[in-house]
Ligand binder design. Structure first.
Ligand code: AKG
Ligand code: FE2
Length: 394
């Protein structure tokens, strides 16, 4: 039976990386995960200089034994000055973990002391490439180059980016979540292992309660709150040193580190998952609207829309303005063709995806054009439409 539950839970492993066409057809478009073997990233400096062989004495035969561990001294010397947020893995803070700001040097000292023993400290979402722009410790693999999110933000004078490094001790973890704006992510392990538990979309009601609170830790689920959690279909992946995992859009996942672990990852959006991002913003938007619906009667329609928009920015860190600008910016780049990704889908196909999103947006928000007009966005929108037409006519 095509597309049966069992097929879905079978994750392909590519010892030799797939071609872009295979990756697009079998993973990006159908939104399915895969694992790619170490040859994919073996040329990275991070895979040479950041790690040393792990002492396996006494661990022979152990099933999940990382082959490498961090080169603490080198990392601390190179990146000690970076500042990041360290999650305390035993302290829950709403849907995430409590975090404290720390220098990499301070984090590294403790990390080295623990050296592979159980730990609570996890340095996450570190913008390492942004902090050290001239340090080419990795390059984005060509399969992941078509990345509208980072393309847009990096041209906004480096305001923000979605390029991260993760450094954690043994047993540190990331609670169950779906990624920001329902983007894709790719995660390459430099050392240590990661146990991923991933849930294909469409079964959220099994791990979210009626208030939309999700399960926090799949190892410790309150069965009176989440009565059907055991029925949720899931994939468990043990990602070894050097391997890369592609995490599709909208898949909830939890990650547990085995041994001292380092990974590099990006969140990314492109034409293939644009509708997921739109849907996630739309959902956040509806939540914001709902939260202040009492005010609706006291305001002019455009004023209310603006107020929801302000709340969306606070709540999601994004808003409709950014979403429109991202699409407009990337489509304009494709017309001008500066540094376009080597691998990307057919341009007309991409424009069709943008068109679908714009149609859906118009349907969901009847005052959309009025909103663009009153927010100086009409010229952005018109330019986007005109660039889409010129791509179609080529
Ligand atoms: O490695 C981790 O702890 C979390 C990574 C993650 O959630 C992701 O790449 O989407
Ligand atoms: Fe994630």
């Amino acid at each position: 039976m095509a597309g049966s539950a069992d097929d879905e839970l079978d994750t392909p492993y590519y010892e030799i990386p797939p071609t872009y066409e295979e990756f697009l057809k079998n993973h990006l478009i159908p939104n399915k995960p895969c694992i790619i073997g170490p040859s994919f990233t073996s040329s990275w400096k991070a895979n040479k200089e950041w790690i040393v062989a792990n002492d396996t004495n006494g661990h022979e035969g152990k099933q999940h034994q990382p082959r490498y561990k961090p080169n603490y001294k080198h990392l601390c010397q190179q990146y000690g000055a970076a500042q990041g947020q360290v999650a305390r893995c035993n302290k829950r803070h709403f849907t995430d973990q409590e975090r404290t700001e720390m220098s990499f040097a301070d984090f590294c000292a403790k990390w080295q002391e623990e050296d592979g023993k159980p730990s609570l400290d996890y340095l996450k979402d570190l913008h390492l490439q942004k902090t050290f722009p001239d340090d080419e410790f990795y390059t984005v693999p060509d399969l992941f180059e078509d990345d509208w999110l980072n393309e847009y933000w990096l041209q906004q004078k480096g305001d923000d980016d979605y390029r991260f490094a993760y450094f954690g001790g043994h047993t540190t973890f990331t609670p169950l979540h779906a990624d920001v704006y329902r983007s894709y992510s790719w995660s390459s392990n430099i050392c240590g292992m990661k146990k991923w538990t991933m849930f294909p979309p469409g079964q959220e009601s099994l791990y979210q309660d009626k208030f939309n609170n999700a399960v926090y830790d799949v190892r410790d689920v309150d069965s009176t709150q989440f009565t059907k959690f055991d029925q949720a279909r899931r994939i468990v992946i043990y990602q070894k040193d050097g391997e890369t995992v592609f995490v599709p859009s909208n898949w909830f996942h939890q990650v547990e580190n085995i041994g001292a672990a380092i990974s590099i990852n990006h969140n990314w959006i492109n034409a293939s998952n644009l509708m997921f991002t739109y849907a996630s913003l739309r959902k956040d938007w509806n939540d914001c609207k709902h939260a202040i619906e009492d005010l609706q009667e006291t305001m002019a329609p455009m004023e209310f829309l603006q107020e929801c928009q302000n709340l969306l920015m606070v709540h999601s860190g994004w808003d409709w303005r950014i979403f429109l600008n991202m699409m407009a910016h990337v489509v304009a780049n494709r017309v001008k063709q500066p540094n376009v990704p080597v691998h990307q889908p057919d341009l007309t196909w991409q424009v069709d995806r943008v068109d679908e999103v714009l149609k859906q947006w118009n349907e969901d928000e009847p005052r959309l054009i009025e909103y663009f007009e009153s927010n100086d966005l009409m010229s952005v929108y018109t330019q986007l439409r005109s660039n889409m037409n010129s791509i179609r006519q080529k």
